[in-house]
Design a protein around this ligand. Structure first.
Ligand code: ZN
Length: 157
């Protein structure tokens, strides 16, 4: 298991656009493994490559309580959004904070999987929120720019 350092708000890399992945080389496979390890270790539900300092279009998500259903998406593109949900959102790159964000309640996303095969992922609720949040990271957007009202301090457990 290898953990990567999570970049935090204020780091320029978080506001940059990520490049597409055209070929999955060993280096990117290691990156994906490390991103999953880092996400689980930090008890996050998602992580995008720029959060660990790599400007590539790769995201990982796992919204299950068991934490045994990782979703790896390469070059993800939103095909469809519908409905609306407002809920507290947080980000491993904005430690100790959360804020209310309104997002679509349903998202349909096209991407490549770890075998570079095209996949379609559909999600509602938390999964739809995580998809939108992580895909935003790939174009340099943090949820804090979408927060309604105050960014709140989260109590440490
Ligand atoms: Zn985030």
């Amino acid at each position: 298991m290898a953990l990567r350092k999570i970049r935090t708000i204020g780091d320029d890399i978080l506001s940059k656009h990520c490049r597409e992945v055209t070929e999955l080389k060993h280096r990117q496979r290691v990156l994906i493994r490390d991103m999953l390890d880092t996400m689980y270790e930090s008890q996050g539900v998602g992580l995008a490559a720029p959060q660990v300092g790599v400007l590539r279009q790769i995201i990982v998500i796992d919204v299950t309580e068991e934490g045994d259903s990782p979703i790896v998406l390469i070059n993800p593109q939103i095909l469809e959004l519908s409905g609306e949900q407002t809920d507290q959102e947080a980000c491993l790159s904005v430690p100790g904070k959360s804020g209310a964000v309104t997002r679509a309640n349903y998202a349909k996303v096209k991407a490549l999987n770890e075998k570079m095969e095209e996949v379609i992922i559909e999600g509602e609720g938390l999964l739809a929120r995580a998809l939108q949040h992580e895909i935003d990271h790939l174009s340099g957007v943090l949820y804090v720019s979408k927060v309604e009202g105050e960014l709140l301090d989260v109590e440490k457990e």
